[in-house]
Design a protein around this ligand. Structure first.
Ligand SMILES: Cc1cc2nc3c(=O)[nH]c(=O)nc-3n(C[C@H](O)[C@H](O)[C@H](O)COP(=O)(O)OP(=O)(O)OC[C@H]3O[C@@H](n4cnc5c(N)ncnc54)[C@H](O)[C@@H]3O)c2cc1C
Length: 234
């Protein structure tokens, strides 16, 4: 069996939203880390007993560092966010196949909260590759302060006509002109920002509840199951 374990050292941290921080790592062996945007690693901080948890890589392969963007939640996320610069941790991975392969189709991404992490990597990589696929990101959060990568995403959308971002807030009527909708993602929102329903691939990422709600919503709109791809965070 292939050994996918590599040691990484923490080199930087960056706050991204309420309770969300990006951690930037480099491999201690100095070699490149080969991964696809949208993949994740399994991690068990040395301070924690028992099994580890999965965290999506939010950087892209051409970036200087490998980043994970983590929301403070329970035991392992807190242990990760408590890491200090120069602390080391083992990455097991990369794992997963949650990335667009069907080139030539438009992509609709439905993200709930911290479920934005694979999409952030995929969007940056799609733009960098020069692809002309149209991407619509529909991104749901409770409040504006919960929107991870808000400034970075806005900058990407401002500079790329093929990227449209629709922000939905469920618990706040923020006055920011970038915010589009003040309710949960529903068929009306998906139709409104996405006129080519049948020609798209749909990617859903968020909590188990968000992922299953969105899957059911797309099914109720007669979207073909083969065009729906999901990643549930648990
Ligand atoms: C493929 C994949 C990719 C992922 N990518 C990311 C990512 O990019 N970023 C990210 O932040 N997360 C990601 N996750 C989620 C991540 O793996 C963890 O599930 C998450 O960080 C919570 O783990 P934890 O150990 O911090 O929380 P846990 O300790 O497991 O706690 C989870 C929740 O349960 C509550 N809880 C725990 N114990 C009790 C108790 N005894 N009584 C009552 N409540 C309790 C906690 O308060 C917390 O709200 C991903 C998951 C998967 C599967």
């Amino acid at each position: 069996m292939q050994n996918n374990k590599r040691e990484f050292i923490l080199v930087d941290k960056k706050p991204e939203a309420a309770d969300v921080t990006s951690l930037f790592f480099k491999p201690t062996d100095g070699l490149e880390y080969d991964y696809q945007p949208g993949q994740y690693v399994d991690i068990k901080p040395s301070s924690v007993y028992g099994h580890g948890k999965s965290y999506t890589i939010s950087s892209i392969p051409s970036d200087e560092f490998v980043s994970l963007t983590i929301k403070k939640n329970g035991t392992i996320s807190s242990a990760m966010l408590d890491m200090r610069i120069n602390d080391k941790v083992i990455f097991d991975g990369p794992h997963g196949n949650f990335y667009p392969e069907n080139q030539g189709r438009n992509i609709v991404m439905l993200a709930g909260g911290i479920g934005i992490t694979p999409f952030f990597s995929i969007i940056k990589n799609t733009i960098k590759s020069g692809s002309d696929a149209k991407t619509t990101l529909i991104y749901s959060n409770k409040t504006k302060n919960d929107i991870t990568f808000f400034d970075s995403l806005n900058k990407l959308a401002d500079n790329n006509p093929n990227l449209e971002i629709v922000y939905c807030l469920t618990q706040e009527k923020a006055t920011d002109p970038n915010i589009n909708e003040f309710k949960r993602i529903d068929p009306d929102i998906i139709n409104k920002y996405n006129p080519y329903l049948k020609n798209n691939n749909y990617y859903i990422c968020g909590s188990i509840k968000f992922t299953s709600d969105m899957w059911r919503t797309l099914k109720s709109m007669n979207i073909d199951e083969d065009d729906i791809f999901t990643e549930a965070f648990f």
